[in-house]
Design a protein around this ligand. Structure first.
Ligand code: CP
Ligand code: NVA
Length: 654
């Protein structure tokens, strides 16, 4: 039966074993299976539970409080109770009845509800989780009828892992898979099925288009409706042009992508980069097909009046409208933590630069941070505390750190996982062995990497060779986690960031660069004053100015600190000499003298302007103690918020 379980169901069963072990019970019972579902809050089963019971916390509390005391010396080999075995049989039965080829977490939940001899059924009943409602919710999830993307996402969550693809498809897609939206991944799977149905082992671009259009809610299907394309006729035309290659077959290890399909996917990746969405959606896949020469699929698309320019512009419009809706903080704040996590487009992605994020991602990170921060110190069960149980985060640091190291370590602990610090003298990344090999080793053992490096290219190299998320914990180019914590602090103190003004005095360095990028994303005005020769990168400034404008904000770069401080709601500085620049310390010290954050600067800003510094701070150098400790200083809140924001990032990415 094990082969029939989805990846997610297997994880739930492992989690259930861990729960039994944790409570010192020799067997996995139905209650442990239920806890296993709660430990996977973005599984379909957990989402259904949340919808029906209102809160996963209450189910966890009822379950945990009814567990018998266990042995202090837990068994090394955990068995299954008769009821737990029955639950698995009932889950299989449910999957068979539904004609599903996998036993998904939703089927497991049905098994738990149906198995009356198990304790979990009674707990669920008391929490209003009853069979007809569970079945209705699961059907809605599986058919996407619940008005959101969750149905689609749930299915994919259950099935779409790179590992489940035929080996040749897997190697052809490689790192591209990571950048694909859920629906695009689904489209690839649908393309494989379409080919298999015709006995074909080779996935041509025709199948890719059929796969992308299979889901009537996909972005490309929505854009086609706006373009008034007759999708049914288009699909019929493509199907009519396809030859049968024999008896229908199953998707198996012999299937592969045709070279033209690979070319279309690679063009799709390019299109996603060009339009700035960064995620390869189904519309990009079709854009990729349209760029092919001598392609039957491209010819049929053109026959149905689908042209690249219209598809692209309508898609961008659709994407912007969707992003606006999903970046609305009021809407986001109404979601539960697991709903937020299930919306994450950051899962499995890297965060090397702020530009890896969209405004909607930032809004989601802040919303999750709000949730996690408000849970701090709250008694009772906390679903976040089990979120990353059993997971490990590696901190690959070429430079010293207080805040970044401690906040990631503690943050990961608070999410139930643990962190491993690999300091400057330990692994010699880039010296003892190449970043690529370090990444290829680490990904076999851990679930995420935070890298603090001198050269940004080293973080990039780690990411390019890693299938687990890499987070930049400061490079010579950017400090994205810092900027997120900074703007979160500003939002916390002032209620919002859009339309406010941040002033940065000092070196146009990594911290400054991430602030520039993030202010552009969030519509926050930024005023920078730097000495000659230490301005922020001129190309980046020129590129970002229009982005600020489009967001209704302004980027001002000048020389005079007092002029820069005028009208600011926050004043911010960083060290004069960053790590790795120690040899320049004396010359920098002289150049930066007029660029100290002191009370003159604070007083030139708006009344109640907050004072920020990423730290480590050199009192009486770049900042005076008077400014650092003044009543509106938020410097230590900023440091605390590093942890909350990074917990949110880890919850969304790992
Ligand atoms: N602000 C910051 O990143 O501090 P550390 O260098 O101590 O990590
Ligand atoms: N700009 C500083 C930031 C330290 C957190 C550095 O790179 O050293």
């Amino acid at each position: 039966m094990w082969e029939k379980f989805t990846e997610r169901t297997r994880r739930i069963i492992y989690r259930a074993q861990e729960e039994a072990h944790r409570y010192g019970h020799p067997n996995v019972g139905t209650e442990h299976l239920l806890l296993g579902i709660l430990d996977e809050p973005d599984s379909m089963a957990a989402r259904v539970l949340e919808t029906l019971a209102g809160s996963l916390d209450s189910i966890r509390l009822s379950t945990v409080s009814g567990l018998p005391a266990g042995s202090k010396n837990p068994a090394t080999k955990i068995g299954r109770t008769r009821s737990a075995r029955r639950v698995l049989e009932l889950a299989e039965d449910e999957a068979t009845q539904q004609g599903a080829d996998h036993i998904a977490s939703g089927h497991l939940l049905v098994g738990l509800v149906r198995c009356r001899e198990g304790g979990a059924a009674h707990i669920l009943e008391n929490c209003s989780v009853v069979l007809p409602a569970v079945r209705a919710e699961i059907t809605a999830e599986l058919t996407g009828q619940n008005g959101s993307n969750r149905g689609e996402d749930a299915r994919l969550d259950e099935h779409s892992t790179l590992k489940s693809l035929p080996p040749l498809v897997r190697s052809a897609l490689g790192h591209t898979w990571r950048h694909m939206s859920y629906r695009s991944r689904r489209a690839i799977e649908a393309a494989l099925s379409e080919a298999a149905q015709r006995g074909d082992t080779l996935v041509t671009p025709d199948y890719l288009v059929l796969g992308a259009l299979k889901d009537s809610d996909s972005a490309v299907a929505r854009v086609f409706r706006r373009m008034e394309v007759d999708v049914k006729a288009l699909v019929d035309d493509i199907k009519a042009s396809l030859k049968s290659h024999g008896e229908p077959r199953k998707v198996d290890r012999h299937m592969e992508l045709r070279a033209t399909t690979c070319a279309a996917i690679s063009d799709a990746e390019m299109a996603a980069r060009v339009d700035g969405t960064g995620v390869i959606g189904t519309a990009h896949l079709v854009m990729g097909v349209l760029t092919l020469k001598d392609s039957n699929a491209a010819a049929v698309l053109k026959k149905h009046q689908v042209n690249l320019a219209t598809l692209r512009s309508l898609y961008i419009e659709l994407h912007e409208n969707d992003s606006k809706a999903s970046a609305d903080p009021d809407q986001l704040s109404k979601l539960t933590l697991s709903q937020m996590i299930s919306r994450s487009r950051l899962k499995g992605k890297h965060l090397l630069r702020i530009s890896d994020l969209t405004p909607a991602d930032v809004a989601l990170v802040f919303a999750v941070t709000d949730k996690l921060k408000s849970r701090k110190g709250r008694g009772g069960a906390d679903e976040a505390s089990a979120l990353h149980r059993g997971k490990t985060l590696a901190l690959v640091f070429q430079k010293p750190s207080l805040r970044t190291r401690v906040t990631f370590e503690i943050g990961m602990n608070q999410l139930g996982g643990h962190a491993l610090h690999l300091g400057p003298d330990e692994i010699g990344v880039g010296e003892r062995e190449s970043p690529a090999d370090v990444a290829r080793n680490l990904e076999r053992w851990v679930h995420g990497i935070v890298a603090r490096t001198f050269k940004h290219s080293l973080v990039e190299e780690l990411a390019a060779n890693s299938t687990i998320p890499v987070i930049n914990g400061l490079s010579d180019l950017e400090h994205p986690c810092q900027a997120l914590a900074d703007l979160y602090t500003l939002r916390e103190r002032k209620g919002a960031v859009k339309g406010l003004t941040l002033m940065y005095i000092g070196d146009g360095n990594n911290v400054c660069r991430s602030l520039m990028e993030l202010c552009a994303l969030t519509g926050t005005n930024l005023r920078i004053a730097s000495p000659e020769g230490y301005e922020p990168d001129a190309t980046a400034v020129a590129a970002l100015k229009p982005v600020f404008e489009a967001a209704g904000a302004e980027l001002w770069v000048g020389r005079d600190p007092i002029e820069a401080a005028k009208g600011s709601d926050a004043v911010y500085t960083d060290v004069w000499t960053s790590m790795g620049q120690e040899e320049e310390a004396a010359i920098r010290h002289a150049a930066f003298q007029p660029y100290q954050l002191n009370m003159k600067v604070v007083n030139a800003a708006n009344p109640e302007a907050i004072v920020l510094h990423c730290q480590p701070a050199h009192r009486e150098e770049e900042i005076t103690s008077e400014a650092m400790d003044c009543p509106t200083s938020a410097i230590f809140d900023q440091a605390e918020n590093r942890m909350h924001v990074q917990k949110a990032l880890m919850a969304l990415m790992l």
